[in-house]
Design a protein around this ligand. Structure first.
Ligand code: ADP
Ligand code: NA
Length: 328
């Protein structure tokens, strides 16, 4: 195992969707065998950058916890914790925000995307949450961060902020590096040029990993493809079928080429059924485990409390060093 430290976060959106699992969580599970120190955070502070119902948020935090455990995050190997339970995240975010310029944040794509269409410009929290992300990572002197390509610019901000801090106050933070996920973005089943997302309001577009077999079959049956019936991989001209191939490859662990070769001779209607079956087979045991764990609220809370204790133990001494350097 590499003697480095991994940090990553996921928003408490309840049960993850297929994109979250294949694009992030599956990789998180693998990293547990490769790195000696890992923190995975359920980043509730990030989720309130858009309006949340408090009862629903509380429930979503527990559902995400159950889901991560069921997917194979092992609290003996990884520190699994709720971000807001470790107050140093927000304290460090303040210090880092004083080292970050407004134009630097204004150019980040997330801000442009999420704030556009809102009547006001969007909240201050939405504007500065990449700084909170930087604090999440640096608070533990993390060296590696598994990210999707869409998050690369945020990691670059973190690297810049770490350098600025080091130059200004004295060398403290390692410059964290990306662990890029091999899995391609999973696209919406109804609009295969957009990514599959929890916030997609279209029906049948997003597959939750706890969907019933009937729902999974229906969603894949209704997946948007095109007028060619053959199975080929060409994301530019055939985004719909290519997305099915991406899902198929990711779920089975085969390469895109292998999947295409194996599926030669199937028409797309039949192919949708094949892909749905592989998804159902992969997620049925995970779904059952999530349902079992969701009923064990006390256990889930205990896992989170334990994780918060461990995270605080790691953050405390580092934040103490930070304070001294800043002059507090
Ligand atoms: P969402 O975009 O649905 O709100 P998050 O932003 O909470 O999900 O993403 C959590 C993790 O899942 C991130 O690492 C992100 O890169 C990954 N992820 C989200 N959607 C997809 C997708 N469609 N395909 C692959 N990975 C994804
Ligand atoms: Na996202």
């Amino acid at each position: 195992k590499v003697a480095n430290r991994v940090f990553s976060g996921i928003q408490p959106t309840g049960v993850p969707h297929l994109g979250n699992y294949l694009g992030a969580i599956e990789n998180w599970v693998k990293l547990q065998d490769e790195y000696s120190s890992i923190l995975y955070s359920i980043v509730d502070l990030h989720s309130i950058t858009v309006p949340q119902d408090s009862g629903k948020l509380r429930q979503n935090i527990l559902e995400m916890t159950a889901s991560l455990l069921a997917c194979g995050i092992n609290p003996e190997q990884s520190v699994l914790f709720q971000q807001s339970k470790v107050s140093e995240h927000t304290e460090l975010a303040w210090i880092l925000s004083c080292l970050t310029s407004m134009p630097r944040l204004r150019h980040l794509p997330q801000w442009k995307m999420k704030s556009s269409g809102q009547k006001e410009e969007g909240s201050l929290g939405l504007f500065t949450y990449p700084v909170l992300q930087s604090a999440d990572i640096l608070l533990y002197k993390s060296t590696h961060v598994p990210v999707g390509e869409d998050q690369m610019q945020h990691l670059e901000l973190t690297q810049d902020v770490a350098r600025i801090f080091n130059n200004h106050y004295g060398h403290l933070f390692p410059i964290p590096r990306a662990i890029l996920s091999e899995t391609k973005k999973i696209k919406s089943l109804r609009n295969p040029i957009a990514k599959m997302s929890k916030s997609d309001t279209q029906t049948l577009a997003t597959v939750s990993i706890t969907d019933s077999p009937e729902d999974i079959l229906l969603k894949f049956r209704k997946a948007v493809t095109d007028f060619t019936s053959e199975v080929t991989y060409d994301p530019e001209t055939r985004p719909g079928v290519s997305n099915l191939v991406t899902v198929h490859a990711a779920v089975t662990g085969l390469t895109v080429e292998e999947v295409v070769h194996q599926s030669k001779g199937l028409d797309t209607a039949r192919y949708k059924y094949v892909v749905a079956e592989t998804v159902i087979e992969k997620f049925t045991p995970i779904k059952n485990e999530i349902e079992r764990l969701k009923a064990e609220k006390g256990f889930l809370e205990q896992v989170l409390n334990c994780g918060a204790e461990k995270a605080k133990e790691l953050a405390g001494p580092i934040y103490h060093e930070i304070r001294k350097l800043v002059g507090f």
